[in-house]
Ligand binder design. Structure first.
Ligand SMILES: [Zn+2]
Length: 121
């Protein structure tokens, strides 16, 4: 199983283990499991810094601001329409992006380190 090549980006996007593609990478919404339940991969290599969060918030901020401006100029809606549309938009756009991006970054870290021979003995 450890010889199967899992594309890191697809494993990361699905939140799956970058080594076996089976086990789940996350235990909570953004908390990474200590080790893979399927193949025992130790996630200690993963840099758990939430750098991507800042990045995603920036993108999402631009997106939401863009939608707000577009709504304002197109429909001139009441204030509550902004709240109604943008609250769910932030949840729908940011949260999955945040998780997917974190998954991809971890999977890429795994791929790099596996290539350097630091993980497989
Ligand atoms: Zn695994």
């Amino acid at each position: 199983m450890s010889h199967t090549h899992i594309p890191p980006v697809s494993a990361g996007l699905r939140g799956r283990c970058p080594r076996c593609g089976e086990g789940r990478m996350f235990s909570g919404f953004l908390s990474v499991v200590p080790r893979c339940e399927a193949c025992g991969l130790d996630y200690g290599f993963a840099d758990s810094a939430d750098g991507p969060a800042v990045f995603v918030m920036l993108i999402a901020g631009f997106l939401v601001a863009g939608v707000a401006l577009w709504m304002e100029f197109t429909y001139e809606p009441p204030w509550w329409a902004h709240v109604l549309v943008q609250g769910p938009l932030i949840a729908v756009v940011c949260l999955p992006m945040l998780r997917a991006l974190k998954g991809v970054l971890i999977a890429l870290q795994y791929a790099n380190r596996a290539e350097e021979g630091r993980l497989e003995k």
